[in-house]
Design a protein around this ligand. Sequence first.
Ligand code: ADP
Ligand code: MG
Ligand code: MG
Length: 926
Amino acid sequence: MTQQITRSGLDEAVKRSPNKWVYLFSEGNANMRDLLGGKGAGVAEMTNAGLPVPPGFTITTQACNAYYDSGKQFPQGMWEQVLEGVKIIEQQTGKGFGNQENPLLVSVRSGAKFSMPGMMDTVLNLGINDETVKGLVKLTGDERFAYDAYRRFIQMFSKIVLDTDPRDFEHVLDTYKERAGVASDAEIPADALKKLVVEFKQIAERQSGEPFPTDVYTQLHKAIEAVFASWNNKRAIDYRNFNKIPHNLGTAVNVQSMVFGNMGNDSGTGVAFTRNPSTGEEQLYGEYLLNAQGEDVVAGIRTPSKIARLQQDLPHVYEQFKEIARRLEQHYHDVQDLEFTVENGRLYMLQTRSGKRTAQAAVKIAVDMVREGLISEQEAVKRVEPIQVYQLLLPRFDESEKEKAEEEGRLLARGLNASPGAATGKAIFDADRAELLGKSGTPVILVRPETSPDDVHGMLVAKGILTQHGGATSHAAVVARGLGLPCVAGSEDIRVHEEERLFRVVGSDTVIHEGDDISIDGATGQVFAGIIKTVDADFEKEADLKKLLGWADSIRKLGVWANADYPRDAKRAVMFGAEGIGLCRTEHMFMEQERLPIVQEMILAETKEERQAALDQLLPFQRSDFKGIFEAMVNPKTGEGYPVVIRLIDPPLHEFLPSYEELLVDVTRLETNGQNPQELKEKRKMLEAVGVMREMNPMLGLRGCRLGLLYPEINIMQTRAILEAALELAREGKKLHPKIMIPLVGHVNELKEVRRELEAVAKEITAEAGTSVEYKFGTMIELPRAALTAGQIAAVAEFFSFGTNDLTQTTFGISRDDAEGKFLLKYVDGLEEPGTTERVKILPVNPFQTLDREGVGQLVRMAVENGRKANPDLEVGICGEHGGDPDSIEFCNEVGLDYVSCSPFRVPVARLAAAQAALVGGEKDK
Ligand code: ADP
Ligand code: MG
Ligand code: MG
């Protein structure tokens, strides 16, 4: 009855406002995350499910955005609605906000649509002042508790709202503990706490330059503003950048009546996952503290107990919590991450959200939940991030060794989990030394305050990177991810002293000196002292992963092929599920020791005959290379082979010759000492040849199909080797589908001529053999002109493969080798804006990692369309590195490629990403 009266007060206030800014928990639900944030939607859903949630209301994300839009003013009507909301909480709890007899205290909690744990701010115990604290004493009969709540409030409010330095408070708190001769905050006696409160207020006033607010509504007003403001603190911005969360969502603010876990030993607070977030096992997993308030569990002041112990400490509460956890998981069809508080033996739920999990757990949970009938196979495929599949296949720390290390107190610090993977090595504090040791084979972890391009040479050889400063988009993080190196960035738990070559662990005596072994886990952000054993992933044993990928295969439309130059890589690719080779590069075969001299003879040949003689020697090598690759791609049971795309010789020939500079030095030396005229003669000849071949821009010089046009004999030999290998296997009953790819075509005439020549050879060879083999000729699309004239080119090509590495280079006019170290990563990281801490981002991502849809992508799209128009049977794939990048794969699916081809280790990633792309595409079509 009374509730209805006050609720209509809120309704009235809403009517007078341009918008409804405030929702009671009972007015929301789980589908309102956009408006109420994840936390608000979660407590609303729990409230309506009849779970014990302390009453409260949510100020919407719209209100937050309106606040920013209007130059940091509460939008019209919001404060009035807040006041009505407070009245309702008063009614529901029977307490009064600012009431001296029976005071209502509230928490003011941030909560955006996507959970950003620990990134934004929350104030607890708000509504306390010199008067209400007395009411709290009377009410609870517990002076110690009341003043402890008060000092906590001053401490938190000062840090979050008044923006003062929290260390001063911690320092004073420590002196009080010392004076009282106690170890924990919970043991400081009431009298001391009373004095502490006075001193805390003085600190707050001194630091902020204004009286500490005693009016509870002023406290509330300021706290709401501070939570709005925390949406745009640096931590939160970095986190959103890293996790690709848009910056315009805003945060909701939850105002909720306080419950107290610090009212004695039948009270407590904790967090728990409904399943183990690191292994995925189905068991409650979490920690709690008796006689403590929310923030104590994570703050690490006291060591919490495992959740299972709650069964002994408070058996009724444990049973009730377990049942609620089960219900919530069934309700949400996903693992939940829960916060709870027990006040005098009564359980309250404070938060539920979908739980973040490791790669291993993500896969296990998704597959288990399908088995349990909780989710569909499609849903399971959506639940796992493709990059997590990649992580699963990286070497990782042995979980039990890691647990042991934690028990032994070797967990030193935490930082941002900036780039996944596990690494162990010697801590080294500068890049030069890291390079020296790394090159000599010593495993090194490069530890820096932060990294810059000057450190890249050290990063290249390090096993992992650890930095004290910098966020998820810092130089260290970006470069490490690019290199596939484990990285923990921005660990505020350590202080790196470069000159002394050591780092200290904040809040302990531990010092790590140069050369000490450390271990970092880039997936969790943990830093350990000493060595932790790593284990290699064994794909064959990952039964859950294989099952999940099997579901993905039945969903995806894109084929997944692999780039492989050697039989060993081809075999691995097939094991990972590849359905073909999209790029087999032949130049590696030329580089091998016994062959290089023959290759050089071929290049330096002065007559056609000499060249042919060298090529005749190379032919058997190449034939057996191709035979090996083909064999790896044949199903032993059916004899049916997967398609194999072989690219004819591509790099400029001087790559197979010694360097001009070195030759020049040698010749000069031989000339001066005059000791070896024979060698001098040979070197001179070589120097002359190399000199002739030298190019200003080899990348744009005599390479690719241009070579084949000038020296057709090389292409002819390679074509012969390919077809003879396929024919040999055909005689053994194995059916191969070689596809011969002609690189770097810019004009259709180039392709026409090369193809004409090779087609003739192919006919001749198959005629000689009397057996047939199904072969195709096609080209790489890797120059803008080829993409622009794809219609013409498709008329003479049976397949296209987008070589997006070169296509990106030539479209941007950026040489990757020169750019990445010098400016490209800065473009992505952001250039420093002089005199500010702002960074100007020139590029959103590295276009060599994620396909540039607006530029390069447009060329790809156009080439696919025009190519298919001219040749409806045209087969189209991608073989650039983008073929293994989930975002680029989504694009490939969208433009309708037939397959993506990527490095063998990326094949499982691509299978999952292709399935997700198909699901997203399917949703868009609806
Ligand atoms: P975060 O998003 O950083 O987890 P929360 O808003 O969840 O911040 O709050 C921080 C801590 O305070 C949590 O442990 C939470 O359970 C606790 N807490 C929040 N509101 C209340 C409340 N009304 N009563 C008791 N504890 C609370
Ligand atoms: Mg929380
Ligand atoms: Mg190329």
